[in-house]
Design a protein around this ligand. Structure first.
Ligand code: EPZ
Length: 418
């Protein structure tokens, strides 16, 4: 029997827990080390499956990665190996595409397997490739691989057709070593993009405007090493606060940046939770029963798509009818069927799900389909009457560091069974 999480529901969670560093900031921070021959030290890289995947990809590219006694992760790519990201790795994690920009900038060539679809959608990289072409790279696609070549990238004005987080990150890293100035319009404003820019500036890059929709990068001839602390994970924080809300408990998450959570906190309050922010502490006191709400996901600073499955679990117990519209991915309702098996009454129709709140969930055996869907099933299990078993926990381990022990520290009856 594969690993699963077994949850006895109905316990209001209480207490405080610290969030880990952000998966979606740590991944680009690790690939940024490809841009220099010097070592980059990252202070608080989270222990996640996706981090392990990107580490093995970087080592394959020639990186030496060591976990230092002071807790930092040291990455040095003194000599670049073959600049290829194989299908075996890219197919397990789309974020592997984050080596594309750095490799073209560092080596003038990159071969990266086209990411196949994944559970939440097709997720092409056409915007990454169009941007690299604008920077002067020749792009060819053969046998499912993208090959990008450029003797020296040249700065350009790039307006992406849509907001893409890793697309913005890839182009920002490539532009950092290009000749001349690059302007990215319609750039992603996610905090993880701004954190990557802060790291690149620490390495000697010249970047203005990261975190806004217009980023200006003045290319330099080489970048150096630096030390960098990765920002806290706003999605893990939102997930833990939602756990407090859905169990009618009283949970404080510490070590967060409240400014990264404004849309999530506003929505939790709309659902009836009372939210208190003090410095880097955010407290969520859950309602006896959630209030219905309408949710539309959008790029930062809007409501994050990575919190959509979690808020759906909460709204499934609301006293009334809610709607959730997913505007970022075309297939991110895989958790609906599993929540319905726990007694939820949700109908997904295209990009909108209609949620008719029920008084309670029943524990059941459920199956995770993707990272955030598995988080929503854990939340539902925490609130359900009886026992819930969540299978395929490897989805959860991709993006949450020791989630069950964090929840246990808040009083949850949850254990990992191999
Ligand atoms: C990042 O993915 C995050 N991953 C995702 O988090 C997050 O859901 C997503 O941004 C949106 O916020 C990392 O940062 C590693 P996009 P990314 O490019 O960059 C389409 C999680 O759970 N698109 O912003 O891959 C794409 O198909 C993960 O932690 C194109 O059409 O997402 C999607 O519909 C899941 N062409 C939309 O844009 C492109 O070239 C947004 O994608 C690029 C994207």
């Amino acid at each position: 029997m594969p690993t699963r999480l077994v949850i006895e529901g109905g316990v209001p969670l209480r207490g405080a827990v610290a969030v880990s560093a952000a998966k979606n900031a740590a991944l680009p921070a690790l690939t940024a080390a490809l841009l220099t021959v010097e070592p980059v030290a990252l202070d608080n890289v989270p222990l996640l499956a996706d981090v392990a995947t990107i580490r093995s990809l970087l080592e394959r590219l020639g990186a030496r990665i060591t976990d230092e006694p002071d807790g930092s992760t040291r990455v040095q790519v003194a000599v670049l190996g073959s600049p290829e990201a194989p299908y075996a790795l890219v197919s397990t994690m789309r974020a592997s595409v984050l080596v594309l920009g750095p490799l073209v900038a560092r080596a003038g060539v990159a071969r990266v397997a086209l990411p196949g679809g994944c559970a939440i959608g097709v997720r092409p990289i056409d915007q990454h490739l169009k941007g690299l072409q604008k920077l002067g790279a020749d792009i060819t696609i053969t046998n499912g691989y993208v090959e990008a070549r450029a003797s020296r990238l040249k700065g350009a004005r790039i307006t992406t057709d849509l907001v893409t987080v890793t697309g913005t990150e890839n182009l920002m890293m490539a532009a950092a070593l290009a000749e001349g100035t690059t302007v990215l319009e319609n750039a992603a404003r996610e905090p993880e993009v701004a954190d990557l820019a802060r790291l690149l500036v620490g390495m000697g890059a010249r970047i203005e405007g990261a975190g806004t929709e217009r980023i200006e990068i003045e290319g330099v001839s080489e970048l150096g090493g630096t030390r960098h602390r990765v920002i806290p994970d706003r999605i893990e924080a939102g997930t833990l606060l939602a756990a407090g809300a859905i169990t009618g408990g009283d949970v404080t998450v510490t070590g967060v940046r409240p400014r990264h959570l404004t849309a999530t906190l506003a929505k939790l309050e709309e659902c009836g939770a009372s939210i208190t922010v003090e410095g880097d502490h955010v407290r969520c006191q859950g309602p006896a029963r959630p209030q219905p709400a309408h949710v539309i996901t959008s790029p930062f600073p809007g409501f994050p798509t990575d919190m959509q499955a979690q808020i759906m679990a909460l709204l499934g117990l609301a006293d009334g009818l809610s709607t959730i519209t997913e505007t970022i991915f075309e297939n991110r309702f895989m958790h609906v069927a599993e929540l319905c098996r726990m007694g939820a009454r949700i109908e997904a129709d295209g990009s909108t799900a209609v949620v008719r709140g029920v008084p309670g969930y029943q524990g059941a055996q459920v199956m995770a389909t993707d990272l955030r869907a598995s988080a929503s099933l854990v939340l539902a299990g925490l609130a359900a009457r009886g026992t819930t078993e969540v299978a395929r926990v490897y989805h959860l381990d991709r993006g949450y560091e020791r989630l069950e022990s964090k929840l246990q520290s808040l009083g949850a009856l949850i254990r990992r069974v191999r």
